[in-house]
Design a protein around this ligand. Structure first.
Ligand code: GAP
Length: 447
């Protein structure tokens, strides 16, 4: 993990938030490569939901919502973690995440000072809208999940599209939680992004739909993001783990360096949210079947993935330190750090190098870079030995390196080197786009 965090900083994936002021806990900033990776993951998700399903449509709802939304959704009353404070060192802990004996003996795990009794701590950030900051009726919340924007727009979407149940609404956006413990890099942060899809189904079909979405979502991580299957598993929530809105729930868990933890939540939310919003808003949210005229409140199967958490798992899953040759005395010779990103999500698709900066090779390579820029993110690099240029691209997970050499001037071909196998092929310069798209389609991550 430390090596990954250092690589992320050094190569411009992720920086500590407000770093020059000493940082702000639980916040991280995405640098030039990180922002490309995050955007590519978001696009892969969007394509797998909205692009691949005629019955899933998109939405982009406001972060700030009417305060009654959060009363209706149950978040004001139920969205809390138990916390204890140390009276001596003032550190705050989640009561359910520290050794139960520390709670029983009221002994701080940090300094052995006295702990307070556990208290419920609401995770929503509260702020004020309008000029009077302390007026009670001006209080609004930063949304702790994007889902509620979808529920309150359910009727709008039904009335303005030709969708009929079962259908889904997908959304990507920021969510905020005043987490008591933010650690493990970008795993749990105060500000994060979610990619949520609420699938509205006829009551009674929800269990089968949940099963179908479990399969689809697990496959997405293997096939679209290239995550190794052995690092993913399901965990079904026990009765005491279920969120206040869920009747059944599964987490897709990832094998992080700090253990198996949640990556995505799949929930059967029954008609809980629509029923609550119907009651609190006084607006009818029933769906009427256009064929049978039957009226009902749909049940909701939710797939709730963390975008920033997906960035973390793609970084961790991709990272490998490889020994390429051994010295005669048994010590490590040539070695590299390589990120095995799926080409769908790699921040840069190809590095383009002139073998040398003279004899016109650099001009050809620069022109090629400009041509390919229309289709892919590409980077021109002419500095240092070719081997070092390969290593720099391997370390940021660039799937292909293209070298312009003397033969290019004779027959218009270049070498294309594959990141994972380090094999090279000679290809006509004019066919590069076609070949790269084909290689991407055929890409298989090797364990
Ligand atoms: N709408 C349902 C919902 O929000 P959740 O299990 O609380 O369910 C869904 O969150 C996903 O959002 C998690 O699986 C995780 O990927 C991401 N997530 C939740 N809290 C997070 C945090 N503090 N930092 C980063 N990601 C978080």
């Amino acid at each position: 993990m430390d090596k990954l965090i250092s690589l992320c900083k050094r190569r411009g994936f992720i920086y500590q938030g407000s770093e020059i002021y000493g940082g702000l806990n639980g916040t991280w900033d995405y640098g030039p490569l990180g922002v490309e990776l995050k955007r590519n993951i978001q696009q892969a998700w969007w394509k797998s939901m909205v692009g691949s399903h005629a019955n899933i449509v998109g939405l982009d709802a406001a972060i700030l919502m009417h305060p009654t939304v959060w009363k209706a959704s149950g978040h004001v009353d139920n969205f809390s973690d138990p916390m204890v404070d140390c009276k001596a060192c003032k550190q705050r802990f989640r009561a359910d995440k520290i050794d139960p004996s520390a709670i029983a003996n009221k002994k701080c795990p940090n300094c052995e000072g006295e702990l307070t009794d556990p208290r419920q701590f609401n995770l929503m950030f509260k702020t004020h809208m309008g000029p009077v900051a302390d007026a009670d009726d001006s209080a609004v919340y930063l949304r702790p999940e994007t889902a509620q924007g979808i529920f309150v727009n359910f009727k709008n979407v039904v009335d303005t599209t030709r969708q009929s149940v079962p259908f889904g609404i997908a959304q990507v956006g920021k969510a905020f939680r005043n987490e008591i413990t933010t650690k493990n890099f970008i795993f749990r942060t105060a500000e994060f992004e979610q990619m949520e899809m609420q699938y509205f189904v006829k009551p009674g079909t929800d269990l089968a739909e949940l099963e179908a979405w479990k399969t689809k979502r697990l496959n997405y991580y293997h096939q679209n993001l290239g995550i190794l299957p052995e690092n993913l598993r399901f965990h079904q929530h026990g009765k005491d783990e279920l969120a206040h809105y869920a009747v059944d729930a599964y987490d897709i868990e990832y094998h992080y360096p700090f253990g198996w933890e949640e990556l995505e939540g799949l929930h059967d939310r029954s008609d809980f949210d629509l029923r609550q919003h119907q009651e609190f808003s006084g607006k009818k949210l029933h769906y009427q079947d256009p064929i049978t005229n039957e009226k009902y409140l749909p049940y909701v199967i939710e797939t709730s993935a963390g975008l920033t958490r997906s960035v973390l798992i793609t970084l961790m899953d991709a990272y490998e330190e490889q020994t390429l040759t051994m010295n005669e005395d048994g010590t490590i010779g040539d070695h590299r750090v390589v990120m095995h990103f799926h080409p769908n999500i790699a921040p840069i698709m190809a590095g383009i190098f002139p073998l040398m900066k003279k004899e016109g090779l650099d001009t050809i390579a620069q022109e090629l870079t400009q041509e390919l820029r229309d289709v892919f993110n590409v980077e021109y690099d002419a500095s240092g030995a070719i081997g070092r240029r390969y290593r720099r691209m391997d370390e940021i997970g660039t799937p292909y390196c293209i070298t312009v050499d003397h033969q290019t001037k004779e027959d218009n071909t270049v070498t294309l080197r594959f990141r994972d196998s380090m094999e090279q092929v000679r290809i006509s310069k004019n066919d590069l786009v076609h070949h790269i798209l084909k290689f991407n389609r055929e890409y298989q991550r090797k364990p």
